[in-house]
Design a protein around this ligand. Structure first.
Ligand SMILES: NC(=O)c1ccc[n+]([C@@H]2O[C@H](COP(=O)([O-])OP(=O)(O)OC[C@H]3O[C@@H](n4cnc5c(N)ncnc54)[C@H](O)[C@@H]3O)[C@@H](O)[C@H]2O)c1
Length: 281
């Protein structure tokens, strides 16, 4: 019960990583206010008797500045303050490559993934100052570390979230507020299927992703939302009290290095050279 008496705000709490984190915080004694676009799923969670009235939900679009401020201010008045903020809501955003991206796609993606994190932090800090401190966790991604995992606007926003977290940690330390980011790897949630409008295509993508996910990284099982939730709780806990301004990658090792370093069936450069030499001799 590391979070008994703690007052937590989670954005994007109605599904995937956010939902698992809401559940984990409540299991350890916290009270949670969650905001999400998905009213149906949010209302159903708030009505779930397992949460023993310790979960409140407000329909929120984190791209709407007034909406986001209202979520945070209402959480503070509902609970009498805020101790922890998890800026987590997100989606794949604009799918175009840099040679095709539109201004609208770029701006929409940045507002969802980056501006919401900056302003969520901005609004929560007023309440955390009153509480004498707090902890903020921002969801970045392995896209912030390497190319090749997602679209350019998404990856750029997530890299900026990682850096924003570092700067926020520096600027907010004097208020006793710690800020870190978390970089999930390949985690089995709805985010991939949700990028497809056609339900049949979405279902096919979901099935394919679940089939390949155990083979995607050195740890030979799928990444689960709770893997990220437990890391978020560590960063917010007293045990993580000396961790500040850093990014915690939780990816089963998908970013350890080239695939051939851990997958003996994947040819490395030396294998390719060897094969080529063999072919010519
Ligand atoms: N699943 C992964 O592999 C993975 C990897 C790296 C980073 N992430 C990040 O983790 C976070 C959570 O994603 P997830 O995988 O749990 O996906 P998910 O689709 O299961 O959950 C995302 C939640 O955010 C909500 N949301 C989307 N847009 C919103 C908005 N404008 N306002 C409020 N809520 C909104 C959705 O309704 C949904 O409930 C995202 O920031 C995502 O970019 C996910």
């Amino acid at each position: 019960m590391r979070f008994e008496g703690k007052r937590v705000v989670v954005t994007g709490g109605a599904s995937g990583i956010g939902k698992a984190t809401v559940e984990a915080f409540i299991a350890e004694g916290a009270q949670v206010m969650m905001g999400d676009l998905n009213s149906e799923a949010g209302d159903a969670m708030a009505a779930d008797s397992r949460f023993d009235n310790r979960l409140a939900f407000q329909t929120t679009d984190v791209c709407d500045v007034d909406n986001l401020k209202s979520l945070i201010d209402n959480a503070a008045s509902h609970f009498g303050g805020i101790d922890i903020l998890f800026n987590n809501a997100g989606a794949g955003g604009a799918s175009e490559t840099i040679d095709e991206i539109t201004a609208e796609g770029w701006d929409t993606t940045m507002n969802l993934l980056l501006r919401s994190v900056a302003l969520g932090t901005r609004f929560a800090v007023d309440h955390m100052k009153e509480a004498g401190g707090g902890v903020i966790i921002n969801t970045s991604s392995i896209n912030a570390h390497e190319a090749g995992w997602g679209p350019v606007a998404y990856a750029t926003a997530k890299a900026a979230v990682r850096h924003l977290s570092k700067i926020s940690a520096a600027q907010l330390a004097k208020f006793n507020i710690r800020v870190n980011s978390i970089s999930p790897g390949f985690i089995m949630t709805n985010i991939f299927a949700n990028s497809f409008e056609d339900p049949t295509e979405a279902q096919q993508v979901d099935t394919a992703i679940r089939a390949i996910s155990p083979m995607a990284q050195p740890v030979s099982r799928s990444g689960a939302a709770d893997d990220i939730a437990q890391a978020v709780l560590y960063l917010c806990s007293d045990q993580g009290g000396f961790v500040n301004g850093t990014d915690l990658t939780v990816d089963g090792g998908i970013t350890v290095g080239h695939r051939h370093s851990w997958d003996e069936n994947s040819p490395g450069l030396l294998d390719l050279i060897q094969e080529n030499v063999g072919g010519n001799s």
